[in-house]
Design a protein around this ligand. Structure first.
Ligand SMILES: [Zn+2]
Length: 357
């Protein structure tokens, strides 16, 4: 009796040969790989989750990937944003372009396109009209609700992911089959009570875990394996190694969800959109929330003090802080002025990191 394993025959098709280890999986197979190679996906946000998602899907052989991101790469991104390195920072590349350069070197068979833009209600339909799946690599509730509005309205799936600290969440949304994001989180939590990666930190490992779970869900959707989709909200604590899957199925039963039940799409129509105004001659941008909110300055000050913000002070009318060379002024109705840039996208990014949720 021999103990030498017989080498399995490699697929003759050169396309399949590249993905031989993946094609061999019962869950994928030749048909799954072919479906993947014809799939069109849009990734919104190419930071921590986005770089892991793009890396995984391009290596897996997705057909087409459009990457939309508004930001540039900074040194403190490298701890977790796996597609970038020090030379990208020296070259001053936007994330979407640096990601495309790297991904084309990884897999030239995948059509990868980078778009340096702030995804908002004015452009999301154009950016995603040819995609069958949207992936969430964002860092804020506003853009996630925008993606949710669009996907529910057009009946396309998307995969939500979020990380902060040592934990994260992941959920697959298939309109008409699963609860939508607003079934689960009807409103975003108050910004002063919701930490961001810039105020609370983030562990690289949890980014990889959540984005990997998102990538698996994406592959199932793209390969037409709807029955295998995880229909739970998954919570991961990477430090303790604890995974909790929460049943959100009850949310899909008749409820009062403003999005998937009442079919109102205020984030997509712009009614709930954040607006920006460049303040001429002041090197500053004003950011206005779509809806008036009441901010607790003391809670926001505590949140900012846990980040690298300095000179945090407030009175009954406004809160001020300095962070990363920008002067932030926040008013009680949620309006903010970011001084130190005239670029609205840059200002929105700073707002999302430090004052948003
Ligand atoms: Zn819903």
């Amino acid at each position: 009796m021999t103990t030498t394993p017989t080498p399995p025959s490699e697929p003759r098709d050169p396309l399949l040969a590249r993905y031989a280890r993946q094609v061999r999986l019962d869950a994928v197979g030749v048909e799954g790989q072919h479906r993947l190679s014809h799939a069109r996906v849009v990734l919104i946000g190419c930071g921590a989750l986005g770089t892991v998602l793009a890396n995984t899907l391009v290596r897996a052989g997705v057909g087409y990937l459009r990457i939309c991101d508004r930001d540039y790469i900074e040194k403190d991104n490298l701890q977790r944003q796996v597609l970038f390195d020090e030379s990208d920072i020296e070259a001053g590349l936007p994330k979407a372009q640096a990601a495309v350069r790297k991904l084309r070197r990884i897999n030239s068979a995948v059509h990868v396109e980078g778009v340096v833009t702030d995804v908002n209600h004015t452009n999301i339909e154009t950016l995603t009209e040819d995609a069958e799946l949207l992936l969430d690599g964002t860092d804020n509730f506003e853009t996630r609700y925008l993606i949710n509005d669009l996907c529910v309205k057009t009946g396309r799936p998307w995969v939500y992911g979020a990380v902060v600290g040592v934990s994260g969440l992941c959920m697959t949304i298939v309109p008409g089959e699963t609860p939508c994001l607003r079934c689960v989180f009807e409103q975003a939590p108050p910004p002063e009570l919701s930490p961001t990666c810039d105020t609370a930190g983030v562990l690289g490992s949890v980014v990889n875990i959540i984005a990997s779970l998102q990538a698996v869900e994406a592959m199932k959707l793209l390969m037409g394996r709807r029955d295998d989709i995880n229909r739970h909200l998954v919570h991961v604590d990477a430090w303790s190694g604890r995974f909790v899957t929460m049943n959100v199925r009850s949310s899909s039963e008749p409820n009062d969800c403003p999005c998937c039940q009442r079919r109102r799409f205020p984030f997509l129509s712009g009614q709930r959109a954040v607006s920006t105004t460049t303040l001429c001659g002041r090197d500053a941008v004003q950011i206005n929330q779509g809806t008036a909110t009441s901010v607790s300055f003391s809670a926001m000050a505590d949140k900012l003090k846990r980040s690298n913000a300095c000179a945090v002070s407030f009175n009954e009318f406004m809160l001020r802080a300095t962070v990363d060379g920008y002067e932030l002024t926040l008013f009680a109705d949620g309006r903010a002025i970011i001084k130190g840039t005239a670029d609205p996208d840059r200002a929105r990014s700073v707002y999302a990191r430090y004052l948003g949720h």
